[in-house]
Ligand binder design. Structure first.
Ligand SMILES: Cc1ncc(COP(=O)(O)O)c(C=O)c1O
Length: 383
């Protein structure tokens, strides 16, 4: 290829380029607005942003600096690698690492100024040992398990720490004590109150420190769940924190739509009654049918479980998925449209009309999984 000729043609992978067959538009102003909604709701309580899994699939590198500019000074990630990458985007912010501080992670945590969430006596010992080498105490979060049985100090370890905290936390400055709710998307679930009271008991057993219990849904359970810091994730990205996850049902969504997924029509055909569509011929037309094939598939993160169940919006009209979702394409029955779509027309697969909750419910999964799967789709950012 002639280099001069190539230089005169746009790179299809650059943002907002019209050649992209599918696109994930991330609305940074919506994410900031959602963050501000939490700030308003939380009143005097601080609000951190959870940006693990690459900002729930929407791009932590772009989201975190935008939130930092809006006044967010604390971020949570799961993995050490995520935290190291994030440090470049938000040089001044506090970055909490949920995986904690196993001995082999300690040097990187220190060199990148990361704050581990310590989940066990073993991690407390590893972090404390590193502190012993330096002259000043090392900041850390203490994570107590109040019923999730996933991460965090179990009851027996909490009791030991309570009795020996002067020694075990000698080199550690606990900047936060936290726990995580298991059923916060169900306000009437008694487990919420049980975890709240276990958390209060745990706080009484430890040296005084700011506390954090609630994430997106938990913050909606009332002020008594707020403590000193709330840490929303999924709601910042548009999920409804007042709906049970994966159902699409609940109170009206206070959050703004932050992710819009579109894909172009690649081909349109009219098929006869009796003809089939896609792998395994799972759809067979009962009448002459107009089929549009759009450029999005399970390799882009569209769940294959949407086969025969999903919906797209084309020209403002909802049209059903027919046949199986393939690796790179979805086939739509567009017979209801007044005129067949044209090649290059854009179908919406997620966005203002097709909310995260609805798509998750149709796919038999939750909003989190829908968002975090969209790896191949090029992103465009609205500033
Ligand atoms: C410990 C912890 N805090 C906060 C969050 C954010 O939760 P959500 O996305 O439901 O707001 C998560 C997410 O899984 C988490 O594991």
């Amino acid at each position: 290829m002639d280099a001069k000729l190539a230089a005169r043609h746009p790179d299809p992978m650059t943002e907002g380029n019209d050649f992209q067959a599918a696109r994930l538009t991330v609305r940074l102003p919506a994410i900031i607005a959602n963050y501000r909604t939490y700030r308003r709701m939380a009143g005097p309580t601080a609000v951190a942003a959870v940006v693990k899994a690459d900002g729930y699939g929407l791009g932590a590198e772009r989201i975190a600096p935008a939130l930092a500019q809006a006044g967010c000074d604390s971020f949570f990630v799961a993995r050490l690698e995520e935290a190291i990458a994030l440090r470049k985007s938000v040089p001044q912010a506090r970055i909490f690492v949920l995986d904690g501080a196993d001995a082999d992670a300690v040097p990187a945590l220190i060199s990148h100024r990361l704050t581990p969430v310590l989940n066990s006596l073993g991690q407390i010992a590893a972090w404390g040992a590193a502190a012993g080498v330096g002259t000043s105490k090392l900041d850390a979060v203490l994570h107590v398990d109040t019923g999730m049985n996933r991460l965090g100090l179990p009851g027996d370890e909490l009791a030991i720490l309570s009795g020996e905290h002067a020694r075990r936390l000698a080199g550690i400055n606990p900047v936060l004590v936290m726990s995580h709710l298991a059923c916060s998307d169900e306000p009437s679930n008694p487990m919420n109150g049980e975890q709240l009271s276990r958390f209060k008991q745990a706080l009484a057993m430890l040296p005084p420190a700011p506390a954090s219990l609630a994430a997106s849904h938990g913050a909606m359970l009332g002020m008594e769940y707020h403590f000193d810091l709330v840490r929303p994730g999924v709601a910042l990205y548009g999920a409804n924190p007042q709906a049970q996850e994966g159902t699409g049902k609940g109170a009206a969504n206070l959050m703004q739509t932050a992710a819009v997924l579109t894909a172009k029509v690649l081909q349109v055909r009219r098929i006869d009654s009796g003809a089939s569509v896609g792998y395994a011929a799972t759809f067979r037309a009962k009448r002459p049918t107009m089929i549009a094939t759009v450029a999005l598939g399970y390799a882009d993160g569209m769940p294959r479980t949407l086969s025969g169940k999903g919906v797209a919006v084309l020209g403002g009209v909802r049209v059903p998925f027919v046949g199986r979702v393939s690796m790179d394409t979805i086939t739509l029955d567009v017979s209801v449209l007044a005129a067949p779509p044209r090649i290059g027309d854009e179908a919406e697969l997620l966005g203002e009309t097709l909310g995260l909750g609805e798509v998750a419910a149709s796919a038999g999964t939750n909003e989190y999984e829908i968002l975090t799967r969209l790896h191949r789709v090029p992103r465009a950012y609205e500033q």
